[in-house]
Design a binder for this molecule. Structure first.
Ligand code: AMP
Length: 295
């Protein structure tokens, strides 16, 4: 069964009939692609009911970002879900919650921000001030509306999952998060709704992002952390000096995958994260690599 709801009231009435422990939430901004489908698929596997939210959240966009042009494709999103999960829908419920206006999420006069601390100031947070406050505020509201005990997020937004996990821990929310691997196109670019902004030439240039992260991953896998360090710094320096009028790197960093702090002697896995802008389109990607520190 599949139902599309547009108001908080409709969703409230619907969730009254659901068991939170067997309900999964998949928050999205729509324009769904196979990456989103892996999240929905996992939720369907683990839950009787899955709530997919489709909401382009104004609070997570900066003043000069792409909020206005972000693709809004509700009808084809609904069709894609119906088509992809035809079989599952015989025994499972999918509720698509596509708020008809912002006030369904932020009632008139809404003036609260949920703000996680230091993890939001680095990486994407440093390049997009206020972005993660917008993310945690909307995700908190969605958690409250959906009343689900399970939520599904993509590793593609690694820092986002880390920040949301910190919020869940600190506010003692009864929600279990599952993170799904990055879904990629055949050329290796991580799938993203923003990829459609890229011209063919932009897209070819964009491949420098997965390729650079891959070469760092390869180094880390063939050598210890300490032995790889100099070569990795060289890769990073070479990339940053490659600046063209169309391409600028925001960052390439390697951090402890559990804490998002600097790598230390107890670090067992690292995350290689990168972000760049091509002709104004900002793309992110990451890789997780197990390391054993050899002192
Ligand atoms: P978005 O609609 O871009 O806000 O993404 C909604 C959810 O889908 C987030 O948890 C993302 O991390 C996840 N997601 C987006 N792109 C991918 C991808 N290529 N692979 C896996 N998950 C993804």
């Amino acid at each position: 069964m599949i139902t599309t709801l547009h108001t908080k009231e409709e969703l409230d009435n619907y969730t009254k009939k659901l068991n939170p422990a067997q309900t999964g939430l998949v928050p999205t901004m729509g324009n769904l692609h196979p990456g989103h489908m892996t999240l929905i698929s996992k939720s369907l596997e683990n839950n009787i009911a899955t709530i997919v939210t489709i909401f382009v959240n104004p609070k997570q966009f900066g003043p000069n970002e792409d909020f206005d042009k972000y693709p809004r494709t509700l009808n084809s999103d609904v069709d894609l879900i119906k088509e992809t999960f035809k079989e599952e829908l015989k025994s499972r419920q999918i509720i698509i919650f596509a708020p008809k206006s912002n006030t369904e999420i932020y009632p008139s006069g809404f003036d609260t921000i949920i703000s996680v601390g230091k993890k939001t100031k680095i990486l994407c947070g440093a390049n997009r001030p206020g972005h993660f406050d917008g993310v945690t505020t909307v995700v908190y509201q969605l958690f409250k509306l959906a009343k689900a005990e399970n939520a599904y997020f993509g590793q593609k937004d690694f820092q986002q999952v880390n920040v949301i996990s910190q919020m869940i821990h600190d506010l003692d929310l009864n929600i279990k998060i599952t993170t799904l691997p990055i879904s990629r196109d055949q050329d290796g670019l991580a799938r993203s709704s923003r990829n459609q902004y890229l011209s063919t030439e932009d897209r070819n240039q964009a491949l420098i992002l997965p390729k650079t992260l891959q070469s760092i991953e390869d180094l880390l896998k063939s050598n210890s952390w300490l032995k790889s360090y100099i070569d990795i710094n060289k890769i990073i320096e070479d990339n940053f000096s490659l600046k063209t009028p169309h391409l600028t790197w925001d960052y390439i960093e390697i951090l402890d995958a559990k804490t998002l702090d600097q790598v230390v002697s107890t670090t067992s896995s690292v995350v290689i994260l990168g972000a760049l802008k091509i002709n104004g389109t900002r793309l992110i990607d990451n890789r997780i690599v197990d390391i054993s520190y050899d002192g």
